[in-house]
Design a binder for this molecule. Structure first.
Ligand code: F6P
Length: 459
């Protein structure tokens, strides 16, 4: 990739949880879409990644074959409470995912958001030279571009917003809508996953700031910002390679033997109310209830990775999931067959690939999702070009993968119908759909995505 300087990447969530050991540093991968895509990118391009984390300092990573530097910025427990759990995850997260009923706006949290964004900007100013491209990521850091711009009017700043950007009438409920929008417009190139989010953003700045849009360029306060929609990719070749490995093959055999002859459905998500896990389970229950002939013929492996458990809404969601899984299994298990196997912990990515390869069907049915990379990883792992992907119409990735079965997760009836269609889909139809999805995701991978932004930006 052609760049004149280094890449300085900035995000709240970093790629690793680090702990100091006697022999050096132990690094454990973190979860979430952002890290899944950006880690392979940084491993290839090198540069410096600035992110929240302990202990403070600079680390050469990955530990065995260092390719980039990670600068950890520790946050105090008060900063975590007000900035991360508070304004980021109790205001911006539910707001942008259209969960207005869950939104809480609090001035102290907003003020801490400002302060922590200033700290991130300060760290960038310490690291970035004039020739470097500074790439800020996600809703936690919307003010960073403006803080940078004030200090360095000529800095080259990109921003990518990883979650949905809602319609103007939703966004306008935010009391600090103006500073958030002005923060974003201080960058040169602003990315969203899909055209709908870019359109929403442009409409919002036109209406709320009086900005002027000319195609994909927004003019505001004497500056121009280009707004681009490109769905983030995964390292398709790497997932495909792991899926073909001998180790995965052996693991798939083992899983098949253990799980028995019925169809296997897989669901993998962070524990989050946006992911629609309860609604999906209701869809499964609906099918078992109304069409008893399906009992005993499939099972769902539901993997839920713990996330943000310091936010009450997330703890509450965990209790609800425990309860509904217990109810469905209690109602329908027959001693030998269990409809839902529920695993509440994080799995290494190679183990997830084994599940994707084993599963005849993947259920990716969020109530709202910026994009969703589980869907992409499932497709990349289907090396025999079969299998069925069921997608929510409210996941950004549905825009990129129209060959999936698209469903409305709010309707248990529609979910049950999609499941039934998937369970009965003939192999040739599975192949036709899966091949089209694989071809697209192989072409629109993480390198394509990064080039669209970094090279487009150089021009
Ligand atoms: O990929 C979407 C995303 O919201 C990221 O922005 C975030 O880092 C990730 O999910 C996981 O959430 P968290 O960082 O709060 O653990």
């Amino acid at each position: 990739m052609k760049r004149s300087g280094r890449l300085v990447l900035v995000s709240n969530r970093g790629p690793y949880r680090l702990s100091l050991t006697r022999g050096g540093v132990k690094a454990e991968r973190t979860v979430g879409g952002l890290v899944t895509s950006l880690l392979p990118l940084m491993e290839k391009t090198g540069g410096i990644w600035i992110a929240w984390g302990d202990p403070a300092g600079r680390y050469a990573l990955p530990v065995r074959h260092p390719r980039f530097e990670l600068r950890h910025l520790p946050l105090t427990s008060e900063e975590v409470r007000l900035f991360y759990l508070g304004f980021s995850n109790n205001a911006l997260w539910p707001l942008c995912h259209y969960f207005l009923g869950r939104v809480r706006y609090d001035r102290a949290e907003w003020e801490m958001y400002e302060q922590v964004n200033q700290r991130f900007a300060q760290a960038v100013l310490e690291e970035a030279g004039d020739e470097d491209a500074i790439w800020v990521h996600d809703y936690h850091l919307a003010r960073v571009p403006l803080f940078l711009r004030r200090q360095r009017p000529k800095a080259r700043i990109l921003f990518f917003w990883h979650i949905p950007f809602p319609a103007v009438d939703v966004f306008r409920t935010l009391p600090w809508r103006r500073p958030i929008l002005e923060g974003l417009l201080a960058c040169d190139l602003l990315g969203f996953h899909i055209p709908e989010y870019a359109r929403n953003f442009i409409e919002t700045v036109e209406e709320l700031l009086g900005a002027r849009a000319d195609g994909e360029t927004v003019h505001y306060a004497g500056r121009a910002t280009r707004v681009l929609a490109r769905p983030i990719g995964i390292d398709f070749a790497a997932v495909d390679r792991v899926a073909r490995s001998r180790r995965t093959e052996q693991r798939v055999q083992k899983l098949r033997e253990t799980l028995g002859p019925g169809a296997l459905i897989v669901g993998v998500e962070r524990l989050d109310y946006t992911k629609g896990i309860i609604e999906r389970l209701r869809g499964v229950e609906h099918l078992l209830d109304h069409e008893p002939e399906w009992r005993g013929r499939f099972s769902l492996i539901q993997i839920v990775t713990p996330s943000r458990l310091d936010v009450e809404a997330y703890r509450q969601k965990k209790r609800e999931i425990d309860e509904i899984v217990g109810r469905i299994n209690g109602r329908f298990s027959d001693g030998l067959w269990i409809p839902i196997r529920y695993l509440h912990r994080a799995f290494p990515s190679s183990e997830l690939v084994a599940y994707y390869r084993t599963a005849d069907i993947a259920l990716v049915t969020p109530l709202r999702d910026g994009l969703n990379l589980v869907a992409k990883e499932y497709v990349a792992a289907r090396i025999h070009e079969d299998g069925v992907l069921i997608l929510s119409e409210f996941a950004g990735v549905a825009y990129q993968l129209p060959e999936a079965l698209i469903t409305n997760p709010y309707s248990a009836e529609e979910m049950a119908a999609a499941l039934k269609q998937a369970l009965q889909m003939p192999k040739p139809e599975q192949r036709r759909r899966m091949k089209a999805m694989r071809d697209r995701l192989r072409a629109e991978d993480i390198w394509w995505w990064a080039a669209e932004f970094l090279e487009g930006f150089e021009r």
